[in-house]
Structure formats: C-alpha cells, structure tokens
Design a protein around this ligand. Structure first.
Ligand code: GTR
Length: 422
C-alpha cells in the first residue's frame, strides 16, 4: 500500500515538474509553419486599397490589440496638476537644466503621484525630446545628487541591498550607463523620464494600486493590464509636456527598453502625439513575432507576468496560431510615423530575427502611406543600422540599452526630423 502511495506521489511530483519546465526554442528549424495576418486585408477578406481605407483597417487592428492583448484603458479623464520640486540650472557641466516635477493625477477622490525628471539643453530653442520610463527610480539614471530617491515600491534585489521594497541613496546613478544624458543633451535633445513603478508597481496585486485604482469600473477579460497602464501614464506625461515651452511637442519620441519597449510601442499605437517610437529589445508582446514560437512564448510571458496583458491574451497560451493579430501589426499602428526597433545578438529570448521579420512585414503599410517603410529583406550585419521609416539594428552583446543604441536612435531621429523640416 505504502509503495503504491509513494509511486503515485512520485509520478504526480515528476509530472508537475515536467509541466512547469519550459524549454525555449532557439532552433530556426523547429519553428512551426505559420501564416502572418495581412495588415492590408480587412477582417472581411477585402484588400485595403488606399490611405482612407487604411484608417478603417487600422481601427480593426487596434481593436484586436486592445481586446485580445493589452486590454482597454478606461476612457475617463483625470485632472492633472504639476509642481516643480527641484531645479539644477547647471546640470551636465552647465549644458542643461534639470527639473523634477511632481505630477498628480486625480479622478474624483482618488489620486496618484508621478515624479517626472526632465533634462533640457540650454539651447534657447524648442527641442526634440525622448520620453521614457525607467526601471528603478529617477535617482538611478544619473549621479546628480539633487534628484530625489524614489519612495515608491521597488522590486527586492538582495544583491544590491534592496530587501524591503524600498530604494535608497546607494542606488544613485546605478543605471547611468543606460542613460547617457550628457551625450543626449550635447546632441540637442531633451530627456524626460518617470519611474514605471510610479505609474503601476510591477507586481500582480489584482489592479488595486497604480493608475488602475483611479478607475473603479468592473474589470473583465479585456480590461487593461500593466503595459497598457504604463503606456497610459506616458500619455499623461505628454499632457504635461505639451505645456512646457522649451519642448517641441511635434518632436516627442517615446522610447523604452524590454518590457518598457513593449510599453513604448503600445504608447505609440494609442497616442499619435508621439512623433516617433523607439523600442529596444522588446521581444514577446513587443516587436517580435509571436507565431514563430522562438524564445519567450505567449504562455511563458502570461505565466511569469500575469498582470502585463489583459486576461484574454491567455487564450493564446500554446495557441499562437489562433492569435488574430501578430506583432508586426502593432508596428503598423505607428505608421506613417518613424519607428526604430533594436535588438542584441545574444538576447535570443527576445528573438532578434523575429523582430527583424516583424519590421519587414510591417513595411507594406508604410509604403501604402507613401513612406519608404523598411528597406531590404535580409538581416543586416552587426552594427549596420537599417534606416528607412522603420529603422533597425542588431548589435553584439546582451540584453541592455547602451550608448551605442542611443547614438543610433539619435541618428535616426536627426534624419527623420530633418526630413520633416525640409
Ligand atoms: C523578461 C521578460 C521579457 C522582458 C524582460 C525585461 O524577464 O521575459 O519579456 O520584458 O523581462 O523587461 O527586462
């Protein structure tokens, strides 16, 4: 009897373990045959023939992404107030003005605060600006001692001494290699950043904190997840930037790395005020094609991060073939605006090739809209950026955002904003 019990227990235990073990596919020959939905064919099967028809088709694609992937953000408006908290007139060796602004978003009797950090070159002109969330708090992006240490929830990281979900002074400047602020300023761009945890803390709490708490409606399977929340927060920052006289609001670039690269894409899709989008190593649920089933999969991302997407997205766990959209169509939602997508050679989890193929498959929409789109059909060599209306590079190294990446983003922005002025 005992033996039977022990055997049954062993079998159950190993089956559970087996079910949990996830082995990502990194073998191109094991990619299943797949058909990508055509962004230029209506759900009815009819072709999209011109710009006017594209706007209707865009709405179809947008609705699918809202309902099935990221979730629908509530339509209600919030009241925005701002207070300047600190200013350094001599940031970046006197080249920039650094400001911290406390933004309060209020809806009825509920409110949340976002701390916005802004660096603007002292050019005396309206400047183009990169707007991006940061991962660990504003004080981590620069060594400037005047930047407030975030008091918001942060993920524990015992290796660097964070054990009670609070950051501290020791983390000041710890992410500065991802934020080459002096170089960005020297090239004439401003930078604005907000800690993504201010917008929505990155853990699954059933959507009681962050921006979700501002709206009290009943949630369903297509309600917004955290990525949609972060993107919505970036739009509220844009509401504020529209009032900053030094910022050229026709040249605001929304940028993000990794989960925040997914966020930047969704922000660009939901808010056409973003004149350009940059998405670095955004992978699954970002710029990489899901139907290739290479690296991170839909099931895997929904399991590790159940709060990032709407619950409808879980219908496609291990059923990528049933997805009514794929991520190249997310890119088409940004057309005709310039879009730059970048990857790293060793970051296979993010599927660099699937990201490239996504750019290729988005290109016909740009072309229909009279833009160059994505030139070429072969993966470029390392550090050979492709520069169409969609730009792309692959660089050596791992999952990160560094000075090389930023230099490419600025080259691409220079090019496109120049074209706009000519
Ligand atoms: C990973 C996740 C990726 C990517 C990354 C990040 O763990 O699987 O989708 O978003 O995190 O944001 O750093």
């Amino acid at each position: 009897m005992r033996l039977i019990f022990l055997t049954a227990f062993f079998l159950f235990f190993s089956a559970t373990l087996f079910a949990q073990a996830f082995v990502p596919n990194y073998d191109e020959s094991k990619i299943p045959p797949y058909i990508l939905p055509d962004p230029l064919v209506f759900n009815s099967g009819l072709p999209v023939k011109n710009k006017t028809e594209w706007e209707k088709r865009r709405t179809e694609i947008f609705n699918l992404f809202e309902k099935e992937v990221y979730g629908i953000a509530p339509a209600g408006k919030v009241h925005l107030t701002s207070v300047v908290v600190s200013k350094n007139e001599n940031a970046c060796n006197g080249q920039a003005v650094r400001t911290e602004v406390l933004l309060t978003l209020q809806k009825d009797d509920r409110k949340i605060d976002l701390s916005l950090l802004l660096f603007l070159p002292k050019s005396g002109k309206k400047v183009p600006l990169f707007l991006a969330c940061n991962f660990n708090g504003n004080h981590t992006v620069s060594t400037d001692p005047g930047i407030s240490v975030t008091t918001s929830w942060v993920r524990n990281n015992p290796q660097v001494g964070i054990t009670s979900n609070k950051s501290d002074e020791s983390r000041r400047g710890s992410d500065s290699s991802s934020w080459p602020i002096a170089e960005i300023i020297a090239r004439g761009y401003g930078v604005a950043t907000v800690y993504y945890g201010d917008i929505d803390p990155d853990f699954d709490d059933g959507f009681h904190n962050g921006v979700h708490q501002l709206f009290t409606g009943i949630r369903d399977s297509s309600s917004w997840g955290s990525i949609a929340g972060w993107a919505w927060g970036l739009s509220r920052v844009m509401d504020y930037l529209e009032k900053v006289k030094e910022v050229d609001t026709k040249e605001v670039i929304v940028l993000g790395h990794s989960r925040l690269g997914k966020t930047a894409l969704w922000a660009g899709a939901t808010d056409k005020r973003f004149a350009m989008v940059v998405s670095n190593e955004s992978g699954c649920g970002g710029a990489a094609l899901s139907k290739r089933i290479y690296g991170e999969t839909v099931e895997r991302i929904n399991t590790s991060y159940p709060h990032w997407f709407c619950t409808n997205f879980r219908k496609y766990n291990n059923k990528e073939e049933d997805l009514p959209v794929d991520q190249h169509e997310l890119l088409t939602l940004i057309a005709p605006r310039p879009l730059y997508v970048s990857v790293a050679e060793e970051d296979l989890w993010c599927d660099p090739k699937g990201t490239f193929l996504s750019c290729v498959a988005a290109s016909p929409v740009y072309q229909l809209l009279g833009k160059k789109g994505f030139p070429g059909k072969d993966m470029p060599d390392l550090q050979q950026p492709v520069l169409g209306t969609i730009g792309y590079h692959i660089r050596p190294g791992k999952h990160a955002i560094n000075l090389y990446d930023w230099s490419c983003f600025m080259n691409f922005a220079d090019l496109n904003f120049q074209k706009r002025k000519n």
